[in-house]
Ligand binder design. Structure first.
Ligand code: FAD
Length: 400
């Protein structure tokens, strides 16, 4: 699967950060992790001091899957509003999912602080504004429900949005808890810590065949090497779907662009993360080097190959939609890309095991909150592998 097309900004900005070798011999480990994106890095990092021998294998280069293309908004608000999610999973689990995502933002903040050297992380509030007047009632309902459950949110009338953010919108939900991070660099920083604890990451090592026995899992690489593992973690991002017999997600196409650097006098209230109620939504934030990132204009299907002309057209659409709100900003697109993007029916990730694959755990942070979901997946899988109970696991189970 082509996970993205053209130039994700972080890949261009950071280039090759760390190189890992390919596997050249048979191997026996306690835990094998397939995939070396942010989900694998977080899971590997959580397991680094567990006393288990862990190794990570990627068919490409580490962090060069969807992680490199991610726009890396860290929000606890998942793509399905709380007021809708409660109809899928009940109010208790819906609220718990939101709380876990909020906690995940602060867990990433702590984790970034604990890395040596500490890793750049910013807490940012977020504004979700109503795209149309007809959306205000639902957004207000969402505000009330979140308020009821103790989330730090404020309701903004149309005039408040105009006064604080400078653009027209019928109303908005301002949320205190959010963040942003460079997911590509964070993945490498986590792997550095993981390797320093004595474990290994392998690039260019496609796993072609998986065999499950009662006691262990046998992996066969494309050059016929064997990896024997007591446990397997599948963290292959959207390509994990081929290992699951039932359909759990739809793959769409999404688009993003990053502008040339802009004078920061043009930036808005607390550099908030901004998104809207329309589906698919337009979203934007400030990124490093005083650039503005804009994303959205999704297509409800996955193109195997997206033509440059399509990306150029989507970039124009993103720019136009942004300038409709922020017409005073001299925005010049600099980098543009398209990416595959998976969403589940209820907006929640799938974390845990399926009967067909014994001794195997999936870390599938699908949806707009992929990265906060990956934190939750890493915590749950860490506990399950060590035989500890994790009461949150049932919320994200496959047979929900
Ligand atoms: C344009 C875009 C914007 C996004 N914006 C956000 C956002 O704002 N906030 C957010 O939280 N999330 C966002 N996401 C989602 C987020 O980026 C993903 O959820 C996250 O990067 C997934 O990480 P991963 O490690 O699970 O997958 P990946 O990064 O794709 O890593 C999986 C790895 O598995 C490897 N692999 C696959 N098959 C095999 C195999 N057989 N053998 C060995 N290796 C294999 C791949 O090569 C790949 O490197 C966005 C995604 C895109 C594309």
């Amino acid at each position: 699967m082509n996970l993205y097309e053209q130039q994700p900004y972080w890949l261009m900005k950071n280039g090759i950060v760390s190189s890992y070798p390919s596997l050249q011999h048979d191997l026996q480990v306690d835990v094998a992790i397939m995939g070396a994106g942010i989900s694998a890095a977080l899971t590997a990092w959580h397991l680094r001091n567990s006393g288990l021998k862990v190794a990570v294998f990627d068919k490409r280069h580490a962090a060069m899957g969807s992680t490199a293309a991610s726009t890396a908004f860290l929000q606890y608000e998942i793509d399905t509003p709380l007021s809708v999610l409660k109809n899928f999973v009940g109010e208790k689990d819906a609220v718990k999912s939101y709380e876990l995502c909020r906690q995940a933002i602060y867990d990433i903040a702590d984790l970034c602080k604990s890395l040596k050297p500490s890793f750049d992380f910013h807490l940012r509030p977020s504004l979700q504004h109503a795209s149309f007047k007809t959306h205000t009632a639902c957004l207000m309902e969402e505000f009330k429900l979140r308020k009821k459950h103790g989330f730090n949110v404020e309701w903004l009338e149309s005039k408040d949005v105009k006064k604080i953010f400078g653009f027209e919108a019928p109303g908005g939900l301002f949320s205190a808890d959010g963040g942003e991070v460079d997911a590509y660099m964070l993945t490498h920083a986590l792997f550095r810590d993981f390797q320093n604890a004595g474990h290994k990451v392998y690039n260019n090592t496609p796993i072609h065949h998986i065999e499950h026995t009662k006691q262990r899992v046998l992996l066969l690489t494309s050059n016929n090497l064997t990896i024997k593992a007591k446990k397997l973690i599948i963290a292959c991002g959207y390509e994990s779907l081929q290992y699951i017999p039932k359909k759990i997600a739809d793959i769409n196409s999404t688009y993003a662009m990053v502008s040339e650097p802009i004078d920061d006098k043009f930036f808005w209230h607390k550099n908030s993360l901004i998104w809207e109620t329309a589906v698919p939504y337009l979203y934007f934030r400030v990124v490093s080097e005083n650039r503005i990132l804009i994303g959205g204009r999704d297509d409800p299907f996955h193109h195997p190959h997206i033509l440059p002309s399509v990306i150029n057209r989507k970039t124009e659409m993103l720019k136009k939609a942004f300038l409709k709100k922020m017409s005073h900003i001299p925005l010049v697109p600099d980098f543009s890309w398209a990416g595959a993007f998976a969403s589940t029916k209820d907006g929640l990730p799938y974390i845990g095991s399926i009967a067909e694959r014994p001794n195997t755990f999936f870390a599938l942070g699908f949806g707009g909150n992929g990265i906060t979901f990956s934190v939750i997946a890493a915590q749950i899988i860490h506990d399950l592998i060590l035989g500890k109970r994790n009461t949150n696991a049932t919320i994200f189970r496959f047979n929900r």
